[in-house]
Design a protein around this ligand. Sequence first.
Ligand SMILES: [Zn+2]
Ligand SMILES: [Zn+2]
Length: 354
Amino acid sequence: MEQKTMKALVYHGPGEISLDDVPVPHIQKPTDVILKVTLSAICGSDVHIIEGHTPVKPPKIVGHEFCGEVVEIGSAVKKLKVGNKVAVSCIAYCGECYYCKNNNHVHCIGSDAACFGTQGNLDGAQAEYIRLPYAENYSYIIPEGMTEEDVLFVGDILSTGYYAAKKANIKPGDTIVVIGTGPVGMCAMETAKLFGPAKIIAVNRNQERLNYALECGIADIGLNPKKVDVVEEVRKLTDGHGADCVIEAMGIEQTFTTAIEAVKVGGTVSTVGVYSQPFLLQMQNYWMKNLTLNWGFVTVEHIPALIKLIQGGKINTKYLITHKAPLNDIVKGYDVFKNRKENCIKWLITPYER
Ligand SMILES: [Zn+2]
Ligand SMILES: [Zn+2]
C-alpha cells in the first residue's frame, strides 16, 4: 500500500481521545487481511473505554463495529479476495482452540485473538484501515444487493441482542420484558420477534428512547420507571404472574433487580448488560422463584444466520442509524453519542475525507 499514515481515533487515557495520524497497518501473518474500513460505528463499550471504566492500555485505536473492503491478503488467505466487501465480527479468533470450538470465541487463546480496539493487542476500526488476524474465520462477504448499512450491526450489537433473545427461552405466545431500549435492547426486541412472543414490553427511563422503540414497531408497550412501578405494571399485564422472560440490557443493580422481580415464578432472565459496579443481591427474596438466569458476553457464531435474516426481510436494524458522518467528525460523534444529544441512537462513521 502506498499510503504510509492514516487517520484514526486514538484513546490516550480516561477522557482523552483525538483523531491522530498513525501508521497504516500491514500484513504480519499469512492469515491476515487488511481492510479499508468503509463503515463503522460508535458503541456503548467504546464509551466505557474512553471514560476509563474498561481497563485498556493507551494509546489504542478504538472501534469494533465495522464493515470494509479487502485491500491486502496474506499468503494463506484463500476465500477472501482483494475488493471483497465484508461484514466482520467484533472478535478476532483462531478457530482452533478449545474455546473457539465451543463457541466461546471471546476466550480464544490464540496469540492475536481479541475484541478489536479494547483489551488485548488489536487496534480498532475507527480508522481508515484495520488489520484482521485469522480474517477468514469471521469475515463474511456482503451478499449481492445488500449494503454495509444493512449488515453493519451483525458483528456486535445485533449478535448481542440475538444472544440475549435466544438465551431468554422465549416461547410462542409469551409476554416478554426488555429493560433498556438502547441499541442492544432494541436489537434484542428486534430478534425476540423471531421466537414468537405475543407481547413485548419495553422499559426505559428515557422517554424519547421508549417512544422511539414503540414507533419502530419493536415494542408493544412502553413502561417508564420514572412514571410507574414497572414490576407492578408487568404483573397487571400478565394476570398477576409476571413476565415469562425478561431481557436485561443495561447492566446496573436497579435494572438487574427489576428483571428478577418482574419475571414469573419459573421464568427466565437473560442479561447482557455490561456490569461495571459490584452490588449485593437479596438472594433470600429470590431463590424460591425457581428461575433460570442466563448471562454473558456476545457469542458471534450466528452472524451468517443474521445476515440471511436481514436479506430475507425478517429483521431490520436500519432505524438504529440516526447519525452518519465522516471520520473527520468522530470526536464530535463521541460527544453526541455519549451524551445522547439529538436523540442519537447510533453514530456511523464513513471514511475520512481529505
Ligand atoms: Zn460494542
Ligand atoms: Zn481460538
